[in-house]
Design a protein around this ligand. Sequence first.
Ligand SMILES: [Mg+2]
Length: 122
Amino acid sequence: MSKRVLVVDDSPLVRNLVKKALNGNSEFCVVGEAANGKEAVDLAQKLEPDIITLDVTMPVMDGLDAAREILKQNSKIKILLLSAMGDDALLSQAQSLGIKHSLQKPFRAEQLLEALRKLLEV
Ligand SMILES: [Mg+2]
């Protein structure tokens, strides 16, 4: 069965890139998308995805605060952080939350799929 993915990024462009990479791939299916951390927390609760691709820098609530909340509610959800240049401080904070997987933007579709497969191996 394909893994259910929630796509979170404040950039519609990045969300579309992720969706495009995952659509047409039987391993994954996109079940929802969110443009900030608050929406991500709400949708994670509602949709119970297997995986969240989570942007770090977002308005309203950043990826780190969202991850903390999401993992508190459901520690089984696997999170892939999508970071940009300069997000390093946030990334090391993420590691202290137990989030070990990240992918730096910009990425190619194949790199995203590879990172998601690695995320599932753990
Ligand atoms: Mg962002």
